[in-house]
Design a protein around this ligand. Sequence first.
Ligand code: ZN
Length: 336
Amino acid sequence: MYPLANFSAEDTPIVIGIDLGGTNVRAAALDPAGNILASFQMLTRAHRGPTEGLARITDLIQRTLAACSQTQTLGIGIGSTSPIDRSRGTINNPYTLPTWSNVPIVAPLAETFACPVVLENDADMAALGEYWRGAGQGVANLYAVTVGTGVGTAAILDGQILRGRDGSHPEGGHQVIDPSGPPCYCGSYGCWEQLIAGPNLAIYAQQRLAEFPDSELWKQCGYDPAKLDARMIFAAARHSDPLAEAVVKRTANYLALGIVNIAHFFCPEVILFTGGVMTDHDLLLPQVAATLAERSLLVPADQIRLLPAALGGEAPLIGAAYAILQELNLVESLPR
Ligand SMILES: [Zn+2]
């Protein structure tokens, strides 16, 4: 049974999942089985300051509750772009949320909505969502890799997020793959993110475009290399464009080297892939699997399944709902 103290007999108890990103913030109301009942999205507009941002999130939650004819929720889970301080319930991310330095978010929302609130990294929430309702269901040792405008990673062990000191989020996207590679905003060089994230594929292709005057990519970008993006590169690779194929091969190789490291450190049962770049997983994962088989002889790499994630953009919302249900000790009674 769920605690129904705040709900009348005919009400369905719901939880709220929030996905707070640099561009958009989304809220969803979910039932305890993980079904999304209503969801809304608005621009984050972080640069206008955290006070307005928090007001927007509050408005979003109220709209979502109203769409379900509710005024109460069991609790709120927030998956946010990092860095965050989970234990203090604050967001400290002036990188993708300009002006948001040490901003309390858990306490004000808990007060406004009179319910428990949990804050986690968004990649962790997405992996938790896949564990509950997606491609990682029933997997005891799950690793997730998001390759989009950046590279995010998350590990779920027996349904729990793997955390570091003080609840910190390990950043597998910043493992060094090529020490002579490009500088990274994390302070290092040649990080995984710098080599395989979408914008970095485009930069590499731009740098080599002059060598390939007949490349389809010229037409794809309207003869303006600054407009090249990863989607164009994968599309051209499907037409056997030599430059695009070279970029995809290089990306698959760097992706594979990071996965070999993950296999050695975690030996997960499943590695899930999501994010814009991994939309074209069929062009990348065969090479990853081959490299993994060649270079991971001391671990049972042949038993690691490499799978595309199943929930798409809804994964962080569903994971955020699961996180607050965990906080409420309701997970044991959830349908599986
Ligand atoms: Zn880095």
